[in-house]
Design a protein around this ligand. Structure first.
Ligand code: NDP
Length: 314
């Protein structure tokens, strides 16, 4: 029997929906048919067995879907208990972003160390200004503390270790991780971030991690430290961060994710010189669609063998 897989148009924020069937590699005998599903076309959902999507639409619950695949790693906006009650499986795209996000975070750290972001601003204004934004330094020997040591954390750690940095990290289960010199448990967060020049957040948004970095944690950081958030906006108390950067409690921040996305025009973050903002693109990669397709293809093969889907969350 044919298995009908929808590709929701919302994936277009990351890759072209039309490109997905071309990179989905499943054996011909599997009889998988793919269809592009337009935004708000609830009737198209009725003919599907599964959907690959960026957005969550409540209409997914009313359709008779067997399975939803999120093209993101973070699945915090999907209603786990409703899906479970409706018997709909949810899978994520964890596993594919370690290199892209690792490179992005290395880029942020290099910019802060060498003042590149500020020289680029001067270039845009046509100004020859050699004044560094802060005393320039080299990353070698500086400490990075990674909060979250999964796929992203490990990708970042590998690059930081290559740059000669001293890498420590925090995870729920404080067992050793490659390229990380010391691993702390969640209860030692303040101690772990306290000694670091860079604190990079790479953990999921959950009820436990929401607001994890607030005034007390920012106070625990060094005055010359930078906060990097590639996790999810609500992991950080944004107002407290704006205050900490504005009054010099910390040296600056690099943010890829925000409490509200797109970042509102009125946010003071736009105007802070020692803040680097990127519009949730830390994981962008020209192979993104192919990498998601590899996970979905693996799930389709597993399903045929009667096995569990890959990266199943619900
Ligand atoms: P993983 O599941 O591979 O790793 C998560 C890590 O976070 C694990 O080390 C886990 O600990 C740790 N962790 C979970 N909860 C806590 C907590 N409360 N306190 C401390 N550590 C915790 O996920 P990924 O690395 O693939 O992704 C992490 C998150 O990053 C995603 O959920 C997503 O929200 C975000 N993300 C953002 C992207 C972007 O474009 N900016 C791209 C991809 C992901 P343990 O090892 O003990 O289980």
């Amino acid at each position: 029997m044919t298995f009908t897989l929808g590709v929701h148009e919302s994936v277009e924020v990351v890759f072209s929906p039309e490109s997905f069937p071309d990179v989905l590699d499943v054996p011909e005998e599997s009889a998988v048919e793919t269809r592009i599903v337009a935004h708000d076309d609830a009737t198209a959902l009725d003919d599907l067995d599964a959907i690959v999507t960026f957005a969550y639409d409540e209409a997914f619950l009313d359709a008779d879907l067997e399975w939803i695949h999120s093209i993101q790693t973070g699945v915090d906006r999907f209603p786990f208990s409703d899906l479970e009650a409706a018997g709909v499986a949810l899978t994520s795209s964890t596993g594919i972003h370690g290199d892209a996000v690792g490179d992005t975070v290395a880029g942020y750290m290099l910019s802060f160390a060498r003042g590149l972001h500020v020289y680029r601003d001067a270039q845009v204004d046509g100004r020859w200004d050699r004044t560094p934004p802060a005393p320039p330094f080299s990353l070698a020997g500086e400490r990075l503390c990674l909060v979250g040591l999964g796929v992203l954390g490990r990708g970042i750690a590998a690059r930081a270790a290559g740059l000669g940095m001293d890498v420590v990290g925090v995870r729920r289960t404080p067992t050793p991780v490659a390229n990380v010199d010391e691993v702390y448990g969640r209860d030692r967060l303040a101690e772990a971030i306290g000694g670091a020049r860079f604190v990079a957040l790479a953990l999921p948004l959950t009820p436990e991690s929401e607001g994890l970095i607030g005034p007390a944690e920012l106070d625990a950081m060094r005055e010359d430290a930078y906060l990097i958030n590639v996790a999810r906006g609500p992991v950080v108390d944004e107002e407290a961060l704006i205050e900490a950067v504005s009054n010099g409690t910390i040296a600056g921040a690099a943010l890829d994710v925000f409490e509200t996305e797109p970042l509102p025009e009125t946010s003071p973050l736009w105007d802070l010189q020692n803040v680097i903002l990127t519009p949730h693109v830390a994981a962008a990669h020209r192979e993104y669609a192919a990498r998601v397709a590899a996970i979905v293809g693996e799930s389709l093969r597993r399903r045929e063998r009667g096995e569990e889907l890959a990266n199943r969350v619900v």
